[in-house]
Design a protein around this ligand. Sequence first.
Ligand code: SF4
Length: 428
Amino acid sequence: MNAPIPIRIEDAGCSSGEVLRQRGQREVFCGLTGIVWLHRRIQDAFFLVVGSRTCAHLIQSAAGVMIFAEPRFATAIIDDRDLAGIADAQDELDRVVVRLLERRPDIRMLFLVGSCPSEVIKLDLSRAAGRLSQRFSPAVRVLSYSGSGIETTFTQGEDACLAALVPTMPEAAADAPPALLVAGAMADIVEDQFRRVFDELGIGPVDFLPPRRANELASVGPNTRVLLAQPFLADTARALENRGATVMPAPFPLGEEGTTAWLRTAADAWGVPAERFEQVVAARRERARRALAVHRERLAGRSVFLFPDSQLEPPLARFLSRELGMTLVEVGTPYLHRQHLAPELALLPAGTLISEGQDVDRQLDRCRAARPDLVVCGLGLANPLEAEGLTTKWSIELVFTPVQGYEQAGDLAELFARPVRRRGLLAA
Ligand code: SF4
């Protein structure tokens, strides 16, 4: 067995480095996109977008695979009468919700999801959610959040959704024993794997946010220790802290190293002895390392440029650099939450160029000048860059695919290795 990779979070890394801040034209999806993975996660929830036909098209095309299943999202279209103020949009919304809930008695949680048009006409969805919740409670809880693309990026939809859930979490008893809350949507299979590891480590009780079912919301209070499973949950973390919970800073569970550091943070908080920790994770770490070795051969020494898109970029950059040996040209992120990302920044190679926000033309110029071996970017940039002979990876795939944890480390590496392999075949 290989020796464990030492993790020294106190390493200087990029923690103190300069960040290039850019404010200009951006190329990102809006927060409605989060519905595509959130509706799979909370199995008795329904997401009603209050938006335009454009919003409906976005959701339909992003989640096109769902046309064969019972849909758990839809769009209430704001039409010309609403925009002109002729119709009372609140009354119309009530009618749509009543019809929906009559038809779908399986719905236990209904999210009214705001959009650019609903924000432009200042439709107060929180008022609507409060009114409808009173009417349909306790059978259905109605909540609201914004998925609008105005000044936001697509993963903020999940952050807004989870932050909306936090006030509805029950209050934990003041003398309750410490409890672990893992915040951030992950695939069920990944959650099950982590549950087994926490169980073997003797860490518990463990809850996940969002839960699989509306009535499984964890209680929260000063005894709650939070591990973020996603780096884009600034509002959710703040809402949990406002309820008394403590967010434990940790690298994110991407790759063998990130997963180990993430689990170790919880293990340390629960006082799990180091030998016990090693016993539980050793075989899993080894499997992950073996899975990564195949891809490291293909990717080591190659350069990668990450455009700002999902906010997963800093942890991905750490993974690509430290576990796959890639050279980081630029690590863009829409927002850099220094506190949550401190453990990640400490693990990036010193001098890594980190950019926050976007001025897309300038960033494209930097990318073209560098001619990286791989570009991680949104769909809108991928095709033009491919046409220019660059190799790209769609960053949105990284949130649709189970990538966290030991068992997925190889799959995560494969997502980056595949386009490089394809380019090699085309060039041969
Ligand atoms: S919310 Fe805004 S950005 Fe998103 S699809 Fe609707 S109009 Fe477009």
